[in-house]
Design a protein around this ligand. Structure first.
Ligand code: ADP
Length: 506
């Protein structure tokens, strides 16, 4: 009966193989502990990974390979306890080599029980994944740097756009009767509008990633928001010869929402529907009220979205078509932004598509304000070229172009305007000129806007001056700060000339 081994012989073979295993496996550290947690066996992998030779580590406590912080937090005891209680203990943590260096390892401890269920010891298997950990950390760091770069880029691009926007407004006012100047200005305005939109989207994305977007909620009828969004994409829809059908409930649907953001959400979805549908296509926009929710659907019969892409479509910078000659441009930010903005309003945004060529459907679901019957919002203001009142205005801004272009714009509306570019100069001009209104940047050289405002408020004879802060930051804390300094109003950069004129008219 050659080949048939007695149980004893088989056991001996097994033991020999076990020794070979301990001597040969080098990719994993494998070692055993007695029930008290002292090391009783040590394989070649453990020697390679942790640096101790077998004779010097045998009999040493489990703690030996732990970092001091973990020993202090009693992690070694805790690990053995968990293994004893739940049958295993798995973790990823820093460990200490013999030479004092650290390695990031993933490991598992298994309790070794005999046939009667008595604890005879523990087996620990551990793998060095320091490289992976380092790569992950580098990726996270690179990602953070990228986010910071984008935020900075958007910020740096946004500042010089403000004077250009102001100058375009001036050209528009001056162009009356000159057809070719009117056309040229309209062209600049359209292109500028596209750049501003992209830069603003970038700014918003970085604000959202930092949790820095604050909603300015008010009660607004969804129908009005939809109407405004349609108006702003009308030109694109017309240029692509799409047919847009709109279906809205007869009674007003009221939301407690930020009108600017709601407009952004709807405009984004409509723009995409127009962009990703071949010319002459169809777009449907439906608003429905379902109990306490309203459901807004933007549907198209365009290029559709494949099943693989559909779940990823809301991720930042994800685009189905990456070729640079993509007809429609864009950065892959719009949907990320739309989804996050809907979520900030407590709603959900979902995408559906039957696949490539089958059209797409985007569905926004949000809470309504039940049974609310309030006033209708006022009509949107348009820039008034001549105001009723002529005001004496002082602009203090260290960006000379921004200050000057805003001054030109306000002068063309009939105001008397002077400009200063530092805090101390601004204060001097305020004291000597006693203007009706001061538009003041917060970040100023020499003395910041808040300090200047405080100094102005120390003079009772200047109490009548309306102080308007112009700041890059619009969070509640920033507004509170400027109010405490004595400002009457707080505007966020870039200042919208229409809103500013409306404020001045008051
Ligand atoms: P962008 O339009 O700037 O590329 P978005 O974040 O708005 O970025 O959209 C991301 C991607 O989702 C688009 O590049 C496009 O591939 C796809 N997409 C968005 N809307 C639609 C739609 N209505 N039909 C088909 N694909 C769409």
């Amino acid at each position: 009966m050659t080949g048939n081994k007695s149980p004893q012989e088989a056991r001996n073979d097994g033991e020999r193989l076990f020794h070979l295993l301990m001597e040969n496996v080098k990719d994993f550290a494998i070692f055993m502990l007695d029930p008290e947690g002292r090391i009783v066996s040590w394989n070649a992998g453990a020697q390679r990974i942790l640096g101790y030779e077998e004779p010097e580590i045998i009999g040493q406590p489990f703690e030996t390979i732990f970092v001091p912080e973990d020993i202090q937090r009693k992690r070694p005891e805790y690990e053995l306890q968990t293994a004893r209680d739940s049958g295993r203990a798995e973790d990823e943590r820093w460990h200490l080599r013999k030479d004092g260096s650290r390695l990031w390892a993933s490991g598992v401890v298994t309790p070794l029980l005999d046939e009667r269920g008595n604890l005879r010891g523990f087996a620990k298997i551990l793998r060095d994944i320091t490289e992976r950990k380092r790569t992950e950390e580098q990726l996270t760091e690179a990602n953070q740097r990228k986010d910071e770069f984008l935020a900075m880029l958007a910020h740096e691009l946004r500042n010089p756009l403000a004077p250009i926007q102001n100058v375009v407004q001036i050209f528009k006012l001056e162009a009356t009767g000159k057809k070719h100047i009117q056309e040229a200005t309209a062209m600049v305005e359209r292109s500028l509008g596209r750049i501003v939109r992209i830069v603003d989207d970038l700014l918003d994305v970085s604000r959202i990633t930092k949790g820095k977007i604050e909603l300015r909620k008010e009660r607004l009828p969804l129908q009005t928001a939809v109407q405004q969004a349609i108006e702003s994409v009308q030109a694109l829809i017309a240029s692509r010869k799409h047919e847009l059908s709109v279906l809205m409930p007869p009674e007003e649907v009221w939301l407690e929402a930020d009108p600017v953001r709601i407009d952004q959400i709807i405009t984004n979805l409509l723009t995409n529907a127009a962009k990703y549908t071949e010319p002459g296509g169809k777009i449907w926009l439906n608003v429905e009220r379902l109990g306490n929710d309203c459901v807004l659907t933007v549907k198209d019969n365009g290029i559709g979205i494949s099943r693989e892409m559909l779940p990823r479509i809301f991720e930042l910078f994800v685009q189905v078509d990456h070729s640079l000659d993509r007809a429609q441009g864009g950065l892959g930010i719009g949907l990320t932004l739309a989804k996050r903005l809907v979520e900030l309003h407590g709603g959900v945004l979902e995408a559906f598509s039957g696949g490539v060529g089958e059209g797409s459907e985007f569905v926004v679901r949000m809470r309504v304000v039940p049974e609310y019957s309030g006033r209708k919002p006022e009509d949107v203001d348009t820039y008034q070229s001549k105001t009723e009142k002529c005001l004496r205005i002082l602009i203090v801004d260290d960006n000379v172009d921004t200050a000057r272009s805003l001054a030109m714009l306000l002068r063309s509306s009939g105001h008397q305007v002077t400009t200063e570019y530092t805090g101390p100069e601004g204060l001097r001009a305020a004291l000597s000129e006693k203007p009706d209104v001061i538009l003041m940047d917060i970040g100023l050289p020499g003395m910041d806007g808040c300090q200047v405002a405080q100094r102005i408020r120390e003079h009772p004879e200047l109490a009548g001056i309306q102080l308007i802060a112009i700041s890059g930051y619009g969070q509640e804390s920033d507004k509170r700060q400027s109010e405490q300094a004595g400002f009457n109003h707080h505007l966020v950069k870039p200042v919208d000339p229409v809103k500013l004129e409306a404020l001045l008219a008051k």
